[in-house]
Design a protein around this ligand. Structure first.
Ligand code: NAP
Length: 322
């Protein structure tokens, strides 16, 4: 397969670069100074893209590489790829589902507990010498005891989160575009309805135009002044200025966030707040899980070019061919 040329717009983890570099001819766009000259000379020869959200893969990008057959995305979320344009051109898009679900669910439960029980704040209290100086950290008003948790996006990761929450003996409700078959949790047909009915709202919703800013001021209003918002899905699903406003004004009580709208930029107002817990998008961030994701990306690419087909094509992709 060495004669097959691939392009990576941005750096990927070593496992991906090494394995694809051994099997294929892999070009590293970020190391190329004159990109126009590269596209003129090599653009038509590129048959696969290896992407990880560094660059938006849209009509304009694909014009430079007109013979691409497959876009292999690192991560289950593929909102940086214009899948409609790719599908119209007959290009396969793959992602890395399932292998990260349990890890992300673990992180979500950690973030949820940190936020509900104010664990980072109480740790800061100890480190600042306040335990000895001023006394115990104040009791938290919030608790999981007797709580209802609402999940936006009861998919692969959402179900793994719900499974863990069951062990915490809380009530679980959810919102998707459609109810999940054979599911014992209460379905809420609208986001506001879900927010109104729960104490803690957890978003695992994907990014992209359909979910853009769907968690807005009205949803925070419905969640209410005792409500807690957790986001482990995508930052773009939240109207971030509206969330900041809701946290500032006490429209909601607190938030735990692993994802942001313009990563790695996090609004200074959020960083200055005491009632938020902020993580730098570490949901799947272990060597174990990232290696599984990297291997799945490699398997998709080698599967395609050895004629076996893509292993995990995304729903919108033209596969199997009609
Ligand atoms: P999934 O299995 O496809 O689940 C997505 C869920 O969202 C589905 O239940 C879907 O149900 C629901 N949904 C989609 N569009 C919606 C909309 N417009 N309104 C309401 N619900 C909607 O995906 P997954 O594997 O669980 O991953 C979910 C997302 O988690 C990814 O897309 C990614 O952005 C994020 N993620 C974050 C991290 C991290 O490190 N923080 C790591 C991995 C993934 P319906 O189709 O019925 O609406």
């Amino acid at each position: 397969m060495k004669s097959i040329e691939l392009l990576a717009p941005g750096p990927m983890m070593p496992l991906v670069m090494e394995k694809l570099g051994e099997a294929f001819t892999l070009h590293k766009l970020w190391e190329i100074a004159d990109k126009d000259a590269f596209y003129r000379e090599k653009g038509a020869a590129i048959r696969g893209l290896v992407v990880g959200g560094h660059v938006r893969i849209d009509e304009a990008f694909l014009k430079n590489v007109p013979n691409v057959e497959i876009i292999s995305n690192f991560g289950v979320g593929y909102d940086s790829v214009d899948v409609k344009v790719a599908a119209a051109k007959g290009i396969i898009v793959t992602n890395t589902p399932d292998v990260l679900s349990e890890e992300v669910a673990d992180t979500c439960l950690g973030l949820l507990l940190m936020t509900v029980r104010e664990l980072p704040q109480s740790e800061r209290w100890l480190r600042a010498g306040k335990w000895e100086g001023q006394g115990p950290y104040p009791l938290t008003h919030t608790t999981l005891r007797g709580s209802t948790v609402g999940i936006i996006g009861l998919g692969r990761i959402g179900k793994a989160i719900a499974r863990r929450l069951e062990a915490f003996d809380v009530k679980i409700e959810y919102h998707n575009r459609r109810p999940v078959a054979d599911c014992g949790y209460a379905y809420r047909a609208s986001l506001k309805e879900l927010a109104k009915s729960v104490d803690i709202l957890v978003s695992v919703a994907p990014g992209g135009p359909e979910t853009h800013h769907m968690i807005d001021a009205g949803v925070f209003e419905a969640l209410g002044p005792k409500g807690i918002f957790i986001n482990i899905g995508r930052g773009s699903a939240v109207d971030e200025p509206a969330m900041v406003e809701a946290l500032k004004k006490g429209t909601i009580r607190s938030a735990g966030l692993d994802v942001f709208e313009f990563e790695p930029k996090v609004p200074a107002e959020l960083i200055a707040m005491e009632n938020v817990v902020l993580l730098p998008h570490v949901g799947s961030g272990t060597h174990h899980t990232r290696n599984l994701m990297g291997q799945l990306l490699v398997d998709n690419m080698t599967g395609w070019f050895s004629g076996k087909g893509p292993k995990t094509p995304v729903g919108e992709t033209p596969w199997p061919k009609a």
